[in-house]
Design a protein around this ligand. Sequence first.
Ligand SMILES: [Zn+2]
Length: 300
Amino acid sequence: MVNVLDTRQLDRAGIIAVTALETDEGIVLFDTGPESTFRNVAAELTRIGAHPEDVRHVFLSHIHFDHAGAAWCFAELGAAIYVHPDGARHLLDPAKIVDSAARIFGDEMERLWGRIAPVSERNVIVLEDLDVVCVPPFEFRALATTGHANHHHVYHWDDTIFAGDIAGVRLGGGPPIPPFVPPELHIESWRESLERIRALNAAKLYLPHFGLVEGSVSAHLDAVEERVCRWSIWFRNRIREGENEAQLMPAFAEYEACDLSAGGATEEDVADYEAADPSYMAVTAAMRYWRKYHPEEVTP
Ligand SMILES: [Zn+2]
């Protein structure tokens, strides 16, 4: 039985989910939410008849704070924390990711994410691509899925996928969108990862932002890929025309909001998307991607 727990970060419902699965060995979590919402997740666990101490296994899609910020809290209660090899060192010593996040979020760090502490080495279990973990009655397979972050896994079992951020953000009545964030956005890898997920032919897809995808999984993946391509080309053309970051930020915010509305999002949904995945991050991410990987395409 899969339960979608709402972290209610900053008191907002339906933005950041923690996915919980009941197993013979207690509760398995997929992502933990940030540390600032640990108490809310504990309350959600009580709602489903469990406690934070019942969480024995935590599978992390990647180590961004909205996904893994509370991993250390569950580790302190004895949970094993599974993570991509390139994410593991940041769990053991978060100083570097705290520094880089502080450059983006500044004084908002504590309010958004809470406290960041290292995860003890004995709780960290590194998973390579295609590694399988047995937690009866399930077998979870990790698939390396880069594009959003280099250290990103999705997890597959039975007919179900926990998709992390690579399979998009879909809130309220809105369409799925790809969260472009710096510094590791890579368009070609993103498309390859979507192809890998598509090949699993899963019936159920769970998103950290937010919950079970209603309707066809393949239609959802197609819609994510269409935006990965269209948005990246939108950026390429503007950067080529010489637009700078300060010009692109309001322009992209408007472009994205129109795209969301056209896809069925209400005004409130659009604000939720902005909370889950701020549009300015896409600007920084796309500029970096084009200049680093295809400089010839963005030279006027
Ligand atoms: Zn992320």
